[in-house]
Every structure is written in structure tokens, then in C-alpha cells.
Design a protein around this ligand. Sequence first.
Ligand SMILES: Nc1ncnc2c1ncn2[C@@H]1O[C@H](COP(=O)(O)OP(=O)(O)OP(=O)(O)O)[C@@H](O)[C@H]1O
Ligand SMILES: [Mg+2]
Length: 341
Amino acid sequence: MEALRSANLTVNQGEIFGIVGYSGAGKSTLLRCINMLERPTTGSVKIKDIEITSLDDTQLQQARRKIGMIFQHFNLLSSSTVFMNVAAPLRLINTPQKEIEKKVFELLKLVGLSEQANAYPAQLSGGQKQRVGIARALANDPEILLCDEATSALDPETTDSILELLKAINRQLKLTIVLVTHEMNVIKKICDRVAVMENGVIIEQGYVIDLFTKPQTQTAKKFISTIIETQLPDKILEIVSKQSTPGLLVKVGFVGDVGAAPLLANLSGQFHVQPNILYGNIIEVKNTICGNLVVNFTGQRDKTLKALRYLEKCGLQAEILLDVKAAEVLLEKNLGERISV
Ligand SMILES: Nc1ncnc2c1ncn2[C@@H]1O[C@H](COP(=O)(O)OP(=O)(O)OP(=O)(O)O)[C@@H](O)[C@H]1O
Ligand SMILES: [Mg+2]
């Protein structure tokens, strides 16, 4: 059986690339192909201009030093201190003791564990253990860091602190990070680009912001719906179905700093329509704010259409979801939940 099929992926230097998918999708297998813990039967893996797939054992060992890895369950040596855990990769290549000490203390400072050098893993919290894992992965000054579900065993707050640390080392050390996760929150917070996997195949890939605003596959939509509501609640249909004036229910989408709210507010003066925001999702995707607002436009239809064209000219997306006259019918047929917002 094949674990992966035609997985074509290019990760750019310096970016944080996420791989998301359900259990068994092949995420770990794909990640492990990058450092050849898993050897693909066909195809090749290139890092910069070196074809990792055709290296001999010694060359591979050397190449692997430039690829750090961290794991869900940290994989620390329980009978060694924090210091010794971080020092392990350096001792393996016979680094002089003085250099080891300097490097380990530098790394412990970077991950915020200077005080814990002599502690044993059992004395640390999950978050601290992962910090040790990160320090150890950075010991050989890697160019790439692979993270396999590195925050999946941590509570939300600790997850955030580890994600902040990964973001900081990505920036400070210009480290390329490839991370595997099943949590959209992780993708949303720190990734630049993302690949969605299913049954050993990459079914969708691109910028995270595009995934959130224009998901192409059902699986991507399902993942997004784990952190934002993607279907129009019946309650909204109920509200507009009671309305006596004609109107249109419109999805207004925006990405970045376009000032959606003031634009909407100004429409009543300019176009004689009354926009009323009934519902919406606004999220931050790695420092960019994007959102979808469900807006009820009352007033004459041709004026509303003009107003929508104006919004589009200003860089917003405007999609008519529903004529409010139809709301009651939809509500009776229970179709509201099928309207994507
Ligand atoms: N070398 C291999 N050859 C064939 N099949 C494999 C190989 N390695 C793993 N598999 C299978 O491929 C599938 C994907 O496994 P993988 O561990 O990559 O998934 P995953 O997305 O990381 O899942 P999880 O979220 O549970 O960690 C599994 O069904 C696994 O049994
Ligand atoms: Mg896995």
C-alpha cells in the first residue's frame, strides 16, 4: 500500500509551512520524507540544490544535521538533565566541551529555560519539555525545523506560547519551519502557506489567507469550520423573515485593512440603502485581519446593487446570499444551514 501519492510540494526558504489533515492522511509520512526518516519509493526531495534522495549514508547524516525535528511527545532522554538533552546532538559530533556549554546556555536562554539546566524532564511541564525539544533541535544550527504535532499534547495557553516561540525563532534565525498539525488554530496563528492532505494526497495548497477566504475542497471547509462558524444560523433567517420591507441578505468579505465598517456606514448617505450587520466572522490569520459579514440591505434593490458594486470597487467582496422574501420558505424547508457564510 502507498502512504503517499504524487505529493508535490515546494517550501520557500524562511517561511512557516503547515500540513493539515485528519489522522492517517499521510502528514507524518510526508514530513519524514523531508529528512529521509521515510524514503520515498519514487520521486525526489531537494533541499536548496542538494538532492537528499540520492545521498549516501555519510552525506545523509551530514545533511540531516541541518534539519531539526520536534515531536508531539517531546522524545527527551528521561535520565538526562535538560542540559544533557540539549547537548546530546553536539556530543554526538564530538564538539569540544567549552563550545557545548556556550551553545547550550545560549539555546536555553533563547527558549526561556536558563534556570532549568539541571532539571530532569519529569520535573518539567509539557510546555517546558517542548522548549527543551526545540533547543535540542536547534543545537546544530539547522536551516529547517520539522514539527510533527508539536503542540498536540499541550493545553491551549501553552500551545500559544510554543507557537509564539516558533514564530520568534523563524524570524530571528531565519529558520524555515514545516509543521504538521490537525489543528486549524495552529495554521491560522503562524503559517504562511498550507497544504491540506487526505488519503495520502495533497488535495489543496496555497496561502493560509486564501484557504480561509476561498477554500476549494470539502475537507478544507470542514477544517475551517472547526474554528469559525461557516453556515448561516437559522436565527438570522428568522429575523429577516419577519421583516416587512424588501431587502437582500449579502455576504460582505474583506481581507486586510480595508475599513469594512466605515464603508458600510457611509452607504446609507451615498446610496440610500440601510445596511444592517446581522452576523459575521472576523479572524486574524497570521497578522492579517479577514472577515465575512452577513449584512441585511433594506431599500430598493437597484440601489442596493449599486452599493454592492461600489463595495467591490473599494476592494471588498459582495455576494448576495438571499432575497429576504425567500427567508421564510427556506426556514420552513430548513435550508438555512446550507447557506455558507
Ligand atoms: N512506509 C509506509 N508504507 C506504506 N504505508 C505507510 C507507511 N508509513 C505509514 N503508512 C500508512 O500511511 C497512512 C498515513 O500515515 P501517517 O502516519 O503519515 O498519517 P498522519 O496524517 O500523520 O496521521 P496522524 O494524524 O494520526 O499522525 C497510515 O495508514 C499508515 O499506516
Ligand atoms: Mg502523524
